[in-house]
Design a protein around this ligand. Structure first.
Ligand code: KIV
Ligand code: NA
Length: 264
C-alpha cells in the first residue's frame, strides 16, 4: 500500500516544485485526481456544487464528514484535507478542536482547513499543538460573504494590503502548514508568497504561489458559469448533455437495450 503524502511533505514544498491540488467530493472522481494531485480538498464549496446552495454558509458538519469519507475511501496517495464549515470552529478554540477532531476521526482525513487570518491564529495554534494539522485560508473567504457584501476580489485598494499580509503571517506563525490565498489581486498574492515561510496555494491569486487549486467541476466545464480565474480543461457539461440526449432518443425509439444489454 502506497503511503499518503504527509503534511510535512507539503510544508517542505515551500519555494520548490509547485503543489498540485483540486477539490473532490466524490469517490470515483477522487480516484482519478488521486493519481495526479499532491493533496485533495473536500471543500465546503460542495454545498454549492453538489447541493445547489447559494453560498457555503448553510453547509453542516455532517455533510463534510459524509463527503470526506467518500474521498478518503476513493483514494490512497494524496493528502486529504477537509474544510471546516461555517459555524463549527469560529466561536472558540475548544469548539474548533471538538469539531475538527470529529472530522478527522470520522473521515480519516489528514488535515482540516478553516477560513480566517489573524483572528483565527489562536485557534490554529490550539489545534496544531493538539495533533490537528491546519491549512489556513485568507483573502476572499466565502464563509464571510455576507459581511464582505458578496464574493469580492481582495486587495484592489493598496491600503488593505498590510492587513492581508498580517493575516497570512499570523496563520503561518500560528502553525498552519499551508495557506490558501483566494480571490486577491496578483501582486498581493505574489508578495505574500515571498513574505511567509509556509506554502501558499492560489485560487484566483498568482502563478507565483507555491501551488494552485481549482474546484474540479469548474475546471471540467460542469459549472454553467465560468469565473475569470478558472481555466476550463475539459468540456464535461456538453459531453454529459450529448450522452443523456442520445440515451433519451434510444429509449424513445426502443434502440436501447439491445441483445447485448439483456440476459437470455
Ligand atoms: O471550498 C472550496 O472548494 C475551497 C477552495 C476553493 C479553496 O475552499
Ligand atoms: Na472552502
Amino acid at each position: 500500500r502506497i503511503r499518503r503524502t504527509t503534511v510535512p511533505q507539503i510544508a517542505a514544498r515551500k519555494g520548490g516544485e509547485p503543489i498540485v491540488s483540486l477539490t473532490s467530493y466524490h469517490a470515483h472522481t477522487a480516484a482519478i485526481v488521486d493519481r495526479h494531485a499532491d493533496f485533495i480538498l473536500v471543500g465546503d464549496s460542495l454545498g454549492m456544487v453538489m447541493h445547489g446552495m447559494e453560498t457555503t454558509v448553510g453547509v453542516p458538519l455532517e455533510l463534510m464528514i459524509m463527503h470526506g469519507r467518500a474521498v478518503v475511501r476513493g483514494t490512497k496517495k494524496a493528502l486529504i484535507v477537509v474544510d471546516m464549515p461555517f459555524g463549527t470552529y469560529e466561536e472558540s478554540p475548544n469548539m474548533a478542536f471538538r469539531n475538527a477532531a470529529k472530522v478527522m476521526k470520522e473521515t480519516g482525513c489528514g488535515a482540516v482547513k478553516l477560513e480566517g487570518g489573524a483572528r483565527m491564529a489562536e485557534t490554529i495554534r490550539f489545534l496544531t499543538e493538539r495533533g490537528i494539522p491546519v491549512m489556513a485560508h485568507t483573502g476572499l473567504t466565502p464563509q464571510s460573504s455576507h459581511v464582505m457584501g458578496g464574493f469580492k476580489t481582495q486587495g484592489r485598494n493598496e491600503e488593505t494590503w498590510a492587513s492581508h499580509i498580517d493575516d497570512a503571517r499570523a496563520v503561518a506563525e500560528a502553525g498552519a502548514f499551508a495557506v490558501v490565498l483566494e480571490g486577491m489581486v496578483e501582486p498581493l498574492a505574489a508578495k505574500i508568497t515571498k513574505d511567509i515561510a509556509i506554502p501558499t496555494i492560489g485560487i484566483g491569486a498568482s502563478v507565483e504561489c507555491d501551488g494552485q487549486i481549482l474546484v474540479l467541476e469548474d475546471m471540467l466545464g460542469l459549472n454553467p458559469w465560468t469565473p475569470k480565474f478558472v481555466k476550463v480543461y475539459g468540456q464535461l457539461g456538453p459531453m454529459i448533455e450529448q450522452a443523456v440526449e442520445a440515451y433519451a432518443a434510444d429509449v424513445r425509439t426502443r434502440a436501447f437495450p439491445t441483445e447485448d444489454e439483456v440476459y437470455r
